[in-house]
Design a protein around this ligand. Structure first.
Ligand SMILES: Cc1ncc(COP(=O)(O)O)c(C=O)c1O
Length: 357
């Protein structure tokens, strides 16, 4: 899109102006998530951490086979598959992928069959997300990656071969990994989520100072846009699930792409992106001691379940920031719970070992 066609945003927009823009611009979207998700006060956990107020945005309750952030993202990602008249949905992901589980559920609702190409892992079991994938009826094929350095090329080749096989069988494939709306879908989704939680926060007289979310960059892009377009001063803080070089550049790119789709323009720079990878600890996809501790604290103060790979680690970041005094009695903090709970059952041994009693 040409820059001259973009409308510069020079004043705070209202949540309704943001929502209306998706419709007037004709951004393709299919309804999948159960919205709005609740906003829950967490006074016991706030007290434990010495934070003025802590609110949990329950995006683990979006529906779609146990819920999570992907339900919002898939509303945009799946719209492209529907527009193309796809019959077989194909995705290449990790064995314990939340995206695989929720995409399969979405494909079922939209009348598509699913083939999942999942990276094989030592010791994998039909547990957690994998169990749900099977129950949902996905055809699960494990892919053995030969070299870490060429993993994405190897997966791409497997995806292309699978798409070709589907075409030869006379059906229309859609490969999610190559979707145009992949990153921008998450940014659009979490811009809308920002409009949603801002209204909910105002309804309970909460003037947000910080918003925490587990994100590598894509969902975070939406939170940054939300803060900017709604003209707010709260900080948006991403706690990353993995070590990656593109936490800042990827967030800016996804934010700019989302803005361009909406026909808007606003200033965005690296200083808008606050992102930490200090809580990955062991490695992506592996539980960490601090994440397991955060799971226990949330469970025992608020009866709140977190997962060991994403939200437990993000909460470990929030807890650490509170313990360092970066959050305090004057802070009103929102934690966006992005779901991922079925993975808990794939890591039951690590969770049990972390429990003191
Ligand atoms: C439960 C959960 N939380 C957070 C994320 C991070 O999403 P993103 O990096 O796309 O913002 C994911 C996706 O990988 C997830 O499954």
């Amino acid at each position: 899109m040409l820059r001259t066609q973009l409308e510069r945003i020079a004043r705070p927009l209202t949540p309704n102006e943001i929502r209306a823009r998706y419709l007037t611009r004709g951004v393709p979207r299919v309804p999948l998530a159960l919205l709005p998700t609740p906003l829950q006060e967490a006074p016991r956990l706030a007290g434990e951490l010495g934070i003025g107020r802590l609110l949990i945005k329950r995006d683990d309750l979006t529906g779609l086979a146990f819920g999570g952030n992907k339900a919002r993202n898939l509303e945009f990602r799946m719209a492209e598959a529907v527009e193309q008249g796809a019959e077989v949905f194909i995705a290449g992901l990790e064995a314990q992928s939340n995206s695989a589980r929720m995409s399969t559920a979405a494909a079922n609702l939209l009348g598509m069959r699913t083939i999942l190409l999942l990276r094989d892992e030592p010791g994998r079991e039909w547990q957690g997300n994998l169990l749900v994938d099977r129950l949902l009826g996905a055809e699960v094929r494990f892919v053995t990656i030969r070299e870490r350095a060429t993993a994405s090329e190897e997966m791409d080749r497997a995806l292309e071969a699978t798409a070709e096989e589907v075409r030869r069988a006379g059906k229309k494939p859609y490969v999610m990994n190559h979707a145009g709306a992949f990153s921008v879908g998450s940014a659009l989704a979490y811009l809308l989520c920002s409009a949603e939680f801002l209204e909910q926060a105002e309804a309970v007289d909460a003037e947000l100072t910080h918003v925490y979310m587990c994100s590598g960059n894509k969902g975070h892009a939406g939170l940054i846009l939300g803060r900017k377009l709604l003209g707010r001063s709260y900080r948006t803080i991403a706690i990353s699930q993995h070590y990656a070089d593109d936490r800042v550049s990827g967030a800016l790119e996804a934010a700019r792409d989302a803005l361009a789709l909406l026909g808007w323009e606003t200033d965005l720079s690296e200083s808008d992106v606050e992102s930490y990878d200090d809580y990955v600890d062991t490695a992506y996809g592996q539980p960490s001691p601090r994440g397991l501790q955060a799971m226990r604290l949330a469970a025992r103060t608020e009866g709140l379940m977190l997962d060991p790979i994403y939200t437990g680690k993000a909460m470990a970041g929030l807890i650490d920031h509170a313990r360092q005094g970066r959050l305090g009695p004057n802070s009103t903090v929102m934690f966006v719970h992005t779901g991922g709970l079925p993975a808990m059952f794939a890591f039951s041994d690590a969770i049990v070992r972390s429990l003191p009693d």
